[in-house]
Ligand binder design. Structure first.
Ligand SMILES: [Ca+2]
Length: 567
């Protein structure tokens, strides 16, 4: 990569010497990489820009770090280049793993589960990652000019680059290790990376044998509208951060013990019956209480059809917990709450940024649209706006449960997880999706043969939070795919200053972790995942308000058919 951030062909600069590569792999030499450039095997046109030997550093082995580009084409869009990086370890285990990338991609930054990431090279996986066809330093990757999308780069971001880089890097791996087979191929990503994995399963079911999709961005449109709704609620009724702490304490007091044990964690936030009105007037004004109720509500269309679920009550108490998080700038009220740019020159809250970034660039192709005053009022979205933005982002939305049959029928395994305190993507969106998958794929028991969801109490977006939030999904997936042993419970840990101070099993949906009634609450050994338990499906007032349980009811599939246009 040169100084202006563009990937360029650098005539072999950085290629490791023969002796170093032989030391790293015991087999391949630099000739194999240059030969590969020329042959462009399998119709994939790929250029290698560097191959660098990286010495062993415990627990990782020595590996060859290869960077380059894949020329992407087809899928209804013009040609583009997608950058890739592949790590080829000396102790290759015969397997391949692809790293998902978060947010709007544009860099080789893995969003795979952090525990898993630490195992990839140590276990001998050949890895790959892509920038999805643009660099995050390129301001024109989404829109060339107002009204004119950069279609090749957008389609690459939506799905094309991951697939084509998958094909190209699998060939690179085979060539490098002089083999014709890769024993197993996995995908591991969170957030946008979770979405990438799901889109792979849906569109290209043969690419991967197993996919880990954490906190997946299942519906970028709905998530944006939810973020917009939540931030608009707080524009109408500003709530200072310390007040959120008081709200959080009230929620814990009300909901914690409902799961059988007062341990600071709410196992099923949907079952709660927290009402912000109860904090008026001591803590909240009525207007502030109304704003919190709006944050808890789903996004709907004008007929009341559900578009995107509301927030978990756990979210409300977390609004002050993340100094650099999605709502950090709510430390001060917006300067101009009713204008198109409520925060004027200051950095808006992360949720506002994400919502407007997606909707303006990928929905309207026009950054000048006034979203604050044009799309919705109190979580109800105008039909023309819904149709426009769902039509334009349809290729980026993997939440259609009817499109996973091919992946499941070839034996593909899908392991999902989502934190109940996620402030960036509603955890209930994963519950909606899993419920829909079950409905379309023979019920929970049948679905569990191919897809399992693990909800994580007290976890923020992808990791972090007050609950046990570090867990190994890679080993669970390996056992499932390679030995046929499906994960019933995955042990998660919470650490303070790198010392584990709590562990707990995460249970497969719709089971809920239960304390056995005696022994250390902070030890997973004293908790269990009761088989065939369906406790998580029990929805109380807060879940119903957010669009779960009775609140979703017969509207379950309506949201897609009537609101989501051509998806
Ligand atoms: Ca509890």
């Amino acid at each position: 990569m040169d100084s202006d951030g563009k990937l360029t062909l650098s005539s072999g600069a950085g290629l490791a010497t023969n002796s170093r590569r032989e030391a790293a792999t015991g087999s391949a030499d630099s000739e194999s990489l240059t030969t590969f450039e020329v042959s462009a095997a399998g119709g994939v046109s790929r250029t290698i820009t560097s191959a660098t030997d990286v010495p062993a550093a415990a627990p990782n082995p020595e590996y060859c770090d290869v960077k380059g580009t894949v020329a992407t084409s087809g899928e209804g869009a013009g040609a583009n280049l997608a950058g890739f990086e592949s790590r080829l370890p000396a102790n290759w285990n015969g397997k391949f793993i692809f790293n998902g990338v978060g947010g709007l991609a544009g860099a080789f930054v893995s969003s795979a589960n952090l525990v898993d990431q630490s195992l990839f090279l140590a276990r001998g996986y050949a890895t790959a990652i892509t920038d999805t066809g643009h660099l995050n330093t390129d301001p024109t990757w989404e829109i060339i000019s107002a009204g004119e999308p950069n279609t090749p780069k957008v389609i690459d971001y939506f799905f094309r680059a991951v697939h084509e880089v998958t094909l190209a890097t699998k060939l690179l791996v085979k060539d490098y290790y002089h083999t014709t087979t890769i024993a197993h191929s996995y995908f591991d990503g969170c957030s946008n990376g979770g979405k990438m994995g799901l889109i792979e399963a849906m569109r290209f079911p043969s690419d991967y044998d197993g996919i880990i999709a954490g906190s997946p961005w299942l519906d970028p449109v709905g998530t944006s509208l939810w973020g917009l709704k939540n931030m608009k609620a707080l524009l109408d009724a500003y709530i200072p951060l310390p007040v959120f702490a008081t709200v959080g304490a009230a929620i814990t007091k009300q909901c914690d013990a409902a799961d059988g044990v007062a341990d600071g964690l709410i196992q099923n936030p949907a079952k709660c019956a927290f009402n912000p009105d109860g904090l008026v007037p001591e803590t909240l004004t009525q207007k502030q209480a109304d704003a919190l109720k709006l944050i808890m509500k789903p996004v709907t269309d004008e007929k009341g059809n559900l578009v995107y679920p509301g927030s978990s009550v756990d979210n409300l108490g977390q609004f002050n917990s993340s100094p650099r998080g999605p709502v950090s700038q709510l430390e001060t009220p917006a300067a101009a709450p009713t204008s198109a740019r409520p925060w004027r020159g200051a950095m808006p809250p992360g949720n506002w940024n994400l919502a407007t970034g997606i909707l303006l660039a990928l929905g309207y192709y026009d950054p000048s649209v006034d979203l604050n005053n044009s799309i919705e009022t109190n979580g109800v979205v105008k039909p023309a706006a819904l149709k426009l933005i769902y039509d334009r982002l349809a290729a980026d939305i993997p939440d259609d449960p009817s499109k996973y049959g091919a992946f499941f029928s070839r034996g593909g395994k899908l392991l999902m997880y989502h934190g109940y305190d996620d402030l960036i993507i509603s955890p209930y969106s994963s519950i909606w999706f899993y419920e829909d998958l079950a409905e379309k794929n023979g019920g929970y028991e049948k679905l569990a043969e191919n897809a399992r969801l693990f909800m994580v109490p007290g976890m923020l977006h992808c990791n972090g939070g007050s609950g046990p939030n570090a867990f190994d999904t890679l080993s669970a997936l390996e056992k499932w795919v390679e030995k046929g042993i499906a994960p019933d419970g995955i042990t998660a840990t919470h650490s303070t200053s790198d010392v584990v101070d709590r562990s707990m099993p995460l249970c497969k949906f719709p089971e809920q972790a239960h304390y056995k009634g005696s022994g250390d609450l902070n030890d997973a050994a004293n908790w269990s995942c009761p088989q065939k338990d369906q406790s998580i499906l029990a929805s109380g007032p807060n879940g119903n308000q957010a669009g779960l349980g009775a609140g979703r009811g017969g509207a379950r599939m309506l949201a897609r058919s009537s609101s989501k246009g051509g998806n």
